[in-house]
Design a protein around this ligand. Structure first.
Ligand SMILES: [Zn+2]
Length: 250
């Protein structure tokens, strides 16, 4: 028998004309990717490298790339899970117009959500880019060269520093992604916040904005969140099984 709360979520989706999905680390922990902020997560082991330090110090750039190579195995082994697949189903059925994500792992795209429908607030760690001219670089050749002499990579085109395409601490939020996320939030009538504790700003401002614009807010997260009090429906459940049984996706 289907949980009555999941049935309620399904009814809300059926009634919606334009839903938006917002995801945080919780959906990817079910794929084995650690939540950076959780106990034992990467940020409790290392002090994060501030963007200004990356720019200022070659030794910091070297350290950033050492860490990236060390952490990358977990990421490349991770596969999209049932929650990702259910969300891809909602997008491809036209139920959800886009996925706004705090995650940098690229698993929404790999689960079948078209690139142009994923809005990445914190960038993407599965490739790198030049900080100056934004030329894209794949990781494998960078890793191979770095392992030879530990020289931090620079851009072939312009000589700028090459960094994973993520937003570091102290780095400005990506203007275009923020703008698109705001437009989608303003246009939706149902906002599904999934796997996020909704405490980090500016990300947490989107569900509030959706509510203020009259959309209904659903929160699906294993633990309580900062915005449970304003939600129309709160589901403290596992993400994959919940979305899977709601959509019928395995
Ligand atoms: Zn460049």
């Amino acid at each position: 028998m289907i949980d009555s709360r999941i049935a309620t979520l399904r009814e809300m989706l059926n009634a919606s004309r334009r839903a938006v999905v917002f995801t945080g680390a919780g959906i990817s922990t079910e794929s084995g990717i650690p939540d950076f902020r959780s106990p034992g997560g990467i940020w409790t082991k290392y002090q994060p490298i501030e963007f200004s330090d990356f720019l200022a110090s070659k030794e910091m750039r070297r350290e950033a790339w050492r860490r990236k190579i060390g952490a990358d195995e977990t990421l490349t082994r991770a596969e999209p899970n049932r929650g990702h697949r259910a969300i891809a189903h909602l997008v491809n059925q036209g139920k959800a117009t886009s996925v706004i994500t705090q995650n940098i792992d690229g698993l929404h795209q790999r689960s079948g959500v078209p690139d142009e429908k994923v809005i990445e607030l914190h960038g993407n760690t599965t490739y790198a880019a030049c900080l100056q001219c934004e030329h894209r670089y794949e990781l494998a050749p960078i890793f191979a060269a770095f392992k030879v002499d530990e020289e931090p990579p620079v851009c072939d085109e312009c000589g700028g520093f090459v960094k994973t395409a993520t937003i570091s601490f102290g780095q400005q939020m990506p203007f275009e992604a923020m703008r698109r996320a705001q437009l989608e939030t303003d246009a939706c009538d149902l906002f599904l916040a999934i796997g996020s504790s909704l405490v980090v700003y500016p990300a947490a401002s989107f569900p509030i904005r959706a509510k203020q614009n009259g959309a209904r807010l659903v929160i699906l997260n294993r633990e309580r969140t900062g915005l449970d009090g304003i939600a129309d429906l709160v589901l403290k459940l596992e993400i994959g099984p919940t979305l899977g049984s709601m959509t019928g996706v395995q």
